[in-house]
Ligand binder design. Sequence first.
Ligand code: QAP
Ligand code: CO
Length: 168
Amino acid sequence: MAILTILEYPDDRLRKEGVVVEIFSDSLRAFIDDMFDTMYESAGIGLAATQVNVQERIFVMDLSKDKSQPMVFINPKITPLTEEFSEHGEGCLSVPGVYENLKRPAKIRINALDRNGEPFELECEGLMAVCIQHEVDHLNGKLFVDYLSNLKRTRIRKKLEKQHKIIK
Ligand code: QAP
Ligand code: CO
């Protein structure tokens, strides 16, 4: 059990891409457990490995209110299942205190591997589809603020830089 440090925007390390996971070891599974501890500790619903400075294609998610639906996705691949987009409010543990509406494909399929390297597939919409797309973006070095206007993103960057100077 360990709480990992979550990198915060505009940290450049959030821009690194995750590499494909090839070895499914006990140490990988221990890291995944640390990711859950870290996400639950911060009251998040999704956390990508790149947010804790580990450049591998892994994310965890739990959309339940009582930590009862932990899900792990390794080497995920998304396929949009419709041309329809839907709008949803998003936040990010790496961009604390910021919430904005974003449009993303409404329905997706995700193919991924579980913590033992077994493949699985899910079709989803609503919050689950939003969260999965948000987390896969992290593995590609992309953040939800990248979808906002330059003006909004600059304001968010300045606000967080100011907080970092005060606190850290
Ligand atoms: C991604 O984000 C997500 O600003 C996961 O002060 C979020 O868990 C996908 C959080 C919303 C879809 C909809 C953010 C916690 C958690 C904050 C999170 C904060 C405390 C964000
Ligand atoms: Co995020």
